[in-house]
Design a binder for this molecule. Sequence first.
Ligand SMILES: CC(C)(COP(=O)(O)OP(=O)(O)OC[C@H]1O[C@@H](n2cnc3c(N)ncnc32)[C@H](O)[C@@H]1OP(=O)(O)O)[C@@H](O)C(=O)NCCC(=O)NCCS
Length: 236
Amino acid sequence: MTAAPAPRWETLEAPRRARDVALVRARLPELVPWARTVEDDWLDPAERARRDGYRRPEDREAFLARRCLLRAVLAERLGTEPAAVPLGPAPGAAGRRGKPAVPGLHFSLSSAGGQVLLATAARELGLDVERVPDSTGAEQMSRILHPAERRRLAWTLRSRRPAVVARVWARKESLLKALGTGLSRDPSLDRVGTGRFPARPLPGWRVLDLDLGPDGRELRAALTVQELRPSACSTM
Ligand SMILES: CC(C)(COP(=O)(O)OP(=O)(O)OC[C@H]1O[C@@H](n2cnc3c(N)ncnc32)[C@H](O)[C@@H]1OP(=O)(O)O)[C@@H](O)C(=O)NCCC(=O)NCCS
């Protein structure tokens, strides 16, 4: 079977402090039918094993769609074929669920609410998109935030809390993905802030909010980049 033409992904404008980062967005409902037509050999044995390990067909298809997008975009950036992109675990990444990496390019992928976002750059980075939860979800997610973030949330209007929690989580997970730890690092350790501007939780890293436009009203997204000239002090 020959792969159908890939759906075009949309280019998003990167924040001012990270203009070197290339950001793309694609829609899962458009990616899934295309990914079904992609040859099995696009995936390496570890990816095929992971795909086959999903019990729910929709999870399997979503994983396949994300991986096909990732391989297609990385192939374009690296000047190779999708099947030849040498994806593997980042150095030091724990187990098969750790941060994926390719030599010569940094990337980070995230999906929520039917959207898949992918950032690529020559410096280390992490990207996360979160769907605004309902009030019960927001309450659960807020329990494992930094103590200062929890205090600020307690002072936030109840009706605004879900959107603020999604914003904080997107910032936090983007940082944890940039570090490569994911949630194995305690989310209550780093204060990314609840306010309009992200805090600076760790020297050498900059957390930035992303604007997803009208299509992203129910989502919050953030990007963390390694600073080009790390400063020794944190300014929050
Ligand atoms: C990495 C993690 C933060 C992802 O969060 P998420 O909101 O579920 O999913 P996202 O769509 O934002 O990101 C998933 C992508 O992040 C990347 N990723 C996975 N582990 C990563 C890590 N340690 N660091 C950076 N990026 C990682 C992969 O590209 C993954 O895509 P894939 O699933 O198609 O391979 C989270 O799942 C995690 O920390 N997992 C490892 C620890 C764990 O499983 N804990 C149990 C839950 S408490």
